[in-house]
Design a protein around this ligand. Structure first.
Ligand code: PHE
Length: 454
């Protein structure tokens, strides 16, 4: 008598699926990168383009990932193995697991910074500091070694703790609490920000379209931002897709997740820019905007301490629901391919990611001069995942579904075996056959500098 394989876990409810997948999508990419990139690229004009890409390309890629995962009921590598036995498509899965290692290593480093800033906010560390002093504070924190390392490990530990508890009791349970919390904090911050005197300038900075700023590079920025922000191209959503119940509607799930992610990105812009302009500050660049400019604003505003605690908590929560989704890619792979217990797989994944993560953390201090292809380890992980692995993965995923897996099986999966209508199917097939591969290839080549359209 052969033993039955242990029952595979799945998400318990549709809300759970959306909380988990939106939790993955909503992260540092929305709250830290999107507002700045949108602001610098013509505000509303960029947002319109970004929206168009999310709908026309992002949702189809996301739906392709869900389709693969739910069909195969396996981790990202096992999914391709199962759907295309004895074919090299499983290489997409290997690439996905490698990308997961790399993203987790540098992303958790930044996530750790948010913990330091929660701590600073609570202990009044920003109070009475000039912009220059706040800048020094950020520099001296990131050029140290022990504090960024400690926070990195705390964040890895939190991530591992949730993953160990499993799909339903870990991922689903935590995201069902954390995502509403995130929304509440964001709404409070937006109300505070837009009611500051002088906030209107920030609102128009974000929403007044400036089409003169739209060029080829803007178009590519918008597509790249859509990819990273939606967590597509490396199998996170293949893995999560494998936990979606057979009765759920994949089409409406992908649509809701992508819309929620985009909505939060715009809301984050609304929380940040009006405040920045109300205090007559020039929007800083990337890291600076969140870790230097915002503390400066908070310590000038009434009730700033509480708002700064909320903001960095928001950033930490958003990052945590993303890091768990990336760790799950690796853990599911270890569990199913190396036949490990979930706990042991989580320890192994956390330990091995940490080896790379330590190098990312030290990239702003003792390893700042250690360069590979001119990049620090942090920079290399960041560049290689966003500009190479995600676009390449996304490209191959849509090609796989459109040209190998095929319309009939895709239809079967998207209609739940004929129970749903999926009227969007012809459009979906056309996009994944032609539009998405061409558009993604374009971003990919630009990212690698093989073509250069400025
Ligand atoms: N989408 C996440 C963010 O915006 C980052 C991420 C990328 C998560 C790829 C998982 C996979 O922060």
């Amino acid at each position: 008598m052969s033993a039955l394989p242990p029952k595979r876990e799945s998400f318990g409810s549709k809300f759970g699926v959306i909380a988990a997948a939106a939790g993955s999508a909503i992260g540092l990419g929305n709250i830290w990168r999107f507002p700045y990139v949108a602001g610098e690229n013509g505000g509303a004009a960029f947002i319109i383009l970004y929206l168009a890409f999310v709908i026309a390309i992002g949702i189809p890629v996301m739906l392709s990932e869900f389709t693969i995962g739910r069909r195969a009921q396996q981790n990202v590598y096992g999914s391709f193995r199962k759907l295309a036995p004895n074919r090299p498509w499983y290489l997409i899965g290997i690439m996905g697991v490698v990308a997961a290692f790399m993203i987790l290593a540098f992303y958790t480093a930044v996530a750790g910074w948010t913990l330091e800033y929660i701590y600073q906010a609570i202990t009044g560390g920003f109070n009475g500091k000039t912009p220059g002093e706040l800048n020094n504070m950020f520099d001296s924190f990131t050029s140290g070694t022990s504090r960024p390392l400690i926070w990195f490990f705390v964040f890895m530990g939190l991530t591992a703790f949730i993953i160990m508890a499993g799909v339903k009791n870990g991922i689903e349970k935590s995201t069902k609490i954390l995502m509403p919390l995130l929304l509440i904090i964001l709404v409070i911050l937006i109300v505070r920000s837009v009611t500051l005197p002088g906030a209107a300038k920030g609102i128009s900075f974000l929403f007044k379209p400036d089409f003169s700023k739209i060029g080829a590079s803007t178009v590519l920025e918008a597509l790249g931002q859509a990819f990273f922000s939606l967590s597509i191209g490396m199998g996170t959503l293949v893995t999560y897709g494998s936990y979606i119940q057979k009765s759920d509607d994949l089409g409406s799930t992908a649509f809701s997740v992508a819309m929620t992610d985009t909505f939060i990105a715009i809301m984050a812009g609304l929380a940040i820019f009006p405040a920045v302009f109300a205090f007559d500050i020039t929007p800083g660049y990337g890291e600076g905007l969140v870790f230097v400019t915002l503390p400066n604003i908070f310590q000038q505003m009434p009730g700033g301490t509480i708002f700064s605690i909320m903001f960095f908590l928001l950033l930490g929560v958003a990052a945590l629901t993303s890091t768990i989704s990336v760790l799950e890619v690796i853990v599911a792979f270890f569990v199913e391919e190396l036949k490990m217990k979930r706990k042991a797989a989580t320890y192994l994944a956390t330990f091995s990611v940490s080896l790379l993560g330590i190098m990312c953390v030290l990239s702003t201090s003792s390893m700042a001069d250690f360069k590979i292809f001119g990049f620090t380890v942090f920079g290399l992980m960041n560049f290689t995942t966003a500009n190479i692995l995600l676009p390449l993965g996304g490209l191959l995923i849509v090609i796989f579904v459109a040209w190998f897996f095929g319309r009939d099986k895709a239809k079967d999966e998207l209609t739940n075996g004929g129970k749903l209508k999926a009227l969007y199917l012809p459009v979906f097939m056309f996009i994944i056959k032609y539009v998405a591969p061409l558009a993604i290839a374009f971003v990919f080549l630009q990212g690698l500098g093989l073509i250069n359209l400025k």
